[in-house]
Design a binder for this molecule. Structure first.
Ligand code: SAM
Length: 338
C-alpha cells in the first residue's frame, strides 16, 4: 500500500467508531475524501428550539428568553417566537440558516462516496433551506420522506381566551372555537439526497465500484410489503430519552439497514444523544460522529457504553412498527396520552 493511501485511511481512523467532542464544521475537512457510505443526520432545524438551534446572525431578535415578553416565561421560550417575527432582521433567519447549512454541506460533499445516499432530518418550515443548501453543494435530491410519529401535541392558543384577557367579551364569543398556531405536527420531513456518480457511467457500474446507491428492500419489508416513503416509527418502551430532539432507534436502524451493508461507514456530524451511533453498533456498521455540547456528548458516551456491553434494554426491540397500515396504527397506551 502506498503512503498516500495509508495516510488517508489513518485520517478516518482517528474518528472511526467514536463520537468526537467538538464542532463538526472544523472536523469534517479532516475526514478521508470519498470514504463515507451513508450520511444520516438529524441536524439542528434552525427553529430556535434551544441555544444549539439558533443558527443566524440576528442579535436583536427576541430569541430564547431575551425579549421583555419572554421574561421569566420558560414555556414561551421553548415555543419560540411568532412566525411573523419581532424585527425586520427576523425575516432573514431562513436565509442565514441556509448559509449555515451550505457551509458544512459543501465540506461533506468531498467526503461522500460517489453514488452514496444522505438522509437529512429537518423541520417542515425550514427543510427547503436544507434542500437548497445541499443542492447548491452538489448533491441531488432523490425524495422527501415523512417520518410519522405515533402522537403529537396540539399547542394552539385559543383566540377567545386571548380576547377575554383583554376584556373583549363580545369578540371572544365571536371567535369561540378559533385557534392560533398550527395543526398537531404529526410528521417530520427527511430529505434523501445522492452524491452524483460520473456522467456517462451507470448506477450498476457505480454499485460495483463503490458498493452504495441501492436499497436493501429484501431485508426491509414489513408485513411482507415493500416500504413506502411514509416511515412510521416510535420509541421502544424502554428506550432512554436524554435529548429533547432524540429520534427513535427503530427509525435510524431502518434507514441504515435500507441503504448500507455491514461494516460500511455512517457519518452523523450532529449526534445529540448518539442515536445514530447506537443504531450503527446494533447493525454492525462503522460510524463517525461529532457533538458540540458537552452534556449531550457525555450522555452519548454512556449510551454507547451500554449498547456495546448490550446491558441497555434499548437494544431489545419491544414493539414492531406498523409501516404499511398507518390507519390501523395503534400506539401503546403510554404514548397515546402524550
Ligand atoms: C437535533 S439534535 C440531534 C439529536 C439526535 N438525533 C438524537 O437522537 O439524540 C442536533 C445536535 O447537534 C449538535 N450540534 C449543533 N451544532 C453542532 C456543530 N457545529 N458540531 C457538532 N454538533 C453540533 C447540538 O448540540 C444537538 O445536540
Amino acid at each position: 500500500m502506498d503512503f498516500l493511501v495509508w495516510d488517508e485511511i489513518k485520517m478516518n481512523e482517528k474518528y472511526l467508531n467514536r463520537i468526537t467532542f467538538g464542532d463538526c464544521i472544523d472536523n469534517i475537512p479532516h475526514l478521508t475524501d470519498d470514504s463515507i457510505d451513508l450520511f444520516l443526520s438529524d441536524i439542528p432545524y434552525g427553529i430556535n428550539l434551544d441555544d444549539w438551534d439558533v443558527l443566524h446572525n440576528n442579535t436583536n431578535s427576541a430569541l430564547l428568553g431575551k425579549s421583555p415578553a419572554q421574561e421569566g416565561k420558560t414555556g414561551f421560550k421553548r415555543r419560540g417566537k411568532p412566525i411573523n417575527g419581532w424585527s425586520q432582521a427576523d425575516r432573514n433567519i431562513g436565509m442565514e440558516y441556509q448559509e449555515w447549512c451550505n457551509n458544512w454541506a459543501s465540506k461533506v460533499y468531498q467526503k461522500m462516496k460517489k453514488g452514496s445516499f444522505l438522509f437529512v432530518f429537518g423541520a417542515r418550515r425550514t427543510i427547503h433551506r436544507v434542500i437548497n443548501a445541499f443542492e447548491d453543494s452538489g448533491f441531488l435530491l432523490k425524495d422527501t420522506m415523512a417520518w410519522k410519529k405515533p402522537s403529537a401535541h396540539h399547542r394552539a392558543q385559543r383566540v377567545s381566551i386571548v380576547l377575554e384577557r383583554r376584556g373583549l367579551t363580545e369578540e371572544a364569543k365571536k371567535w369561540d372555537g378559533w385557534r392560533l398556531g398550527n395543526l398537531a405536527p404529526i410528521w417530520e420531513p427527511i430529505a434523501w439526497f445522492m452524491k452524483p456518480y460520473k456522467i456517462g457511467g451507470t448506477i450498476t457500474d457505480n454499485i460495483l465500484e463503490n458498493e452504495v446507491g441501492a436499497m436493501n428492500i429484501g431485508e426491509c419489508k414489513l408485513n411482507g410489503s415493500c416500504p413506502t416513503n411514509l416511515l412510521q416509527f416510535g420509541f421502544r418502551r424502554n428506550e432512554k430519552r436524554t435529548h429533547e430532539a432524540q429520534k427513535p432507534l427503530d427509525l435510524i436502524e431502518y434507514l441504515i439497514k435500507l441503504t448500507t451493508r455491514e461494516e460500511q461507514i455512517v457519518l452523523d456530524p450532529f449526534m445529540g444523544s448518539g442515536t445514530t451511533a447506537i443504531a450503527a453498533i446494533n447493525m454492525n456498521r462503522k460510524f463517525i460522529g461529532f457533538e458540540i455540547n458537552q452534556d449531550f456528548y457525555e450522555k452519548s458516551l454512556l449510551r454507547i457504553e451500554e449498547a456495546e456491553s448490550k446491558s441497555g434494554l434499548e437494544c431489545l426491540p419491544v414493539f414492531q412498527q406498523t409501516l404499511f397500515n398507518a390507519n390501523d396504527y395503534n400506539p401503546p397506551a403510554k404514548e397515546r396520552g402524550k
